[in-house]
Design a binder for this molecule. Structure first.
Ligand code: SAH
Length: 217
């Protein structure tokens, strides 16, 4: 630990104290959280707070999710490294980078052009070549690259966006915060031949998913 730069030290501490000490057990997820430099995904004036146990503002009324929430969502996807994943709500691009560490290809959709552009630049600077970002209404999915092995929505959803369910392969997993504006349940859905199997992962609070199958614009 002594030879590490301060950010790396903070990041390792974050993994031990906020993730491993709670219920994040997947070693690949812990390793990814140890390696992605979260401080590069937050605005410059918040860099020193990048490894705190909380979400932080990233401008445009949006937030970078709490590290624990990112780890919990990503762990729930049960990735092995071979998957093609669709993410809705790129935001800072931080979770996109974590996903890029854990699967073969990430496709991420962000509604706000400015955020998408910034996330794209940070991911390129870090050398992620298996993550693609586009601007648009993510509730419609990304048909061109479907079907996906896993889908993750990082904004509060009033319902399961139908197109995303269609673009998920059979036995695929979708993780999303679903419920009211102020409070949602984090749920994991598995698309099975006999219907949708649903697991409850906990309570959470995300910014709103807008768009055709989200909250009204
Ligand atoms: N995982 C991101 C979370 C960003 S917050 C991070 O840690 O940085 C959620 C993001 O979802 C916001 O950037 C918001 O603009 C975006 N969003 C909301 N509705 C959307 C939609 N229909 N399609 C794509 N992105 C959407």
């Amino acid at each position: 630990m002594r030879d590490m730069d301060p950010y790396t030290r903070e990041r390792h501490k974050m993994v031990e104290e906020q993730l491993a000490a709670r219920d994040i057990r997947d070693p690949r997820v812990l390793e990814a959280m140890r390696s992605v430099p979260r401080h590069l995904f937050v605005p410059d004036d918040l860099k020193a707070r990048a490894y705190e146990d909380r979400p932080l503002p990233i401008g445009h009324d949006q937030t970078i999710s709490q590290p624990y929430m990112v780890a919990l969502m990503v762990q729930a996807l049960q990735l092995t490294g071979a998957e093609k994943v669709l993410e809705i709500g790129t935001g800072s691009g931080y979770e996109t980078a974590v996903l890029a560490e854990l699967c073969a290809q990430v496709f991420s959709i962000e509604r706000l052009e400015a955020l998408a552009a910034r996330a794209e630049a940070v991911l390129a600077r870090l050398g992620y070549r298996n993550a693609q970002i586009t601007t648009g209404d993510g509730t419609l999915g990304w048909e061109e690259h479907a079907p996906f092995d896993a889908v993750v929505i990082t904004a509060a959803s009033p319902q399961i966006p139908r197109p995303l369910l269609h673009q998920l392969r059979p036995e695929g997993i979708m993780v999303l915060p679903m419920g009211e504006e102020q409070l949602q349940s984090l749920v994991r859905l598995r698309k099975t031949s006999s219907g949708i199997q649903e697991d409850y992962l906990g309570e959470c609070r995300f910014v709103k998913l807008r768009g055709m199958y989200g909250w009204e614009e």
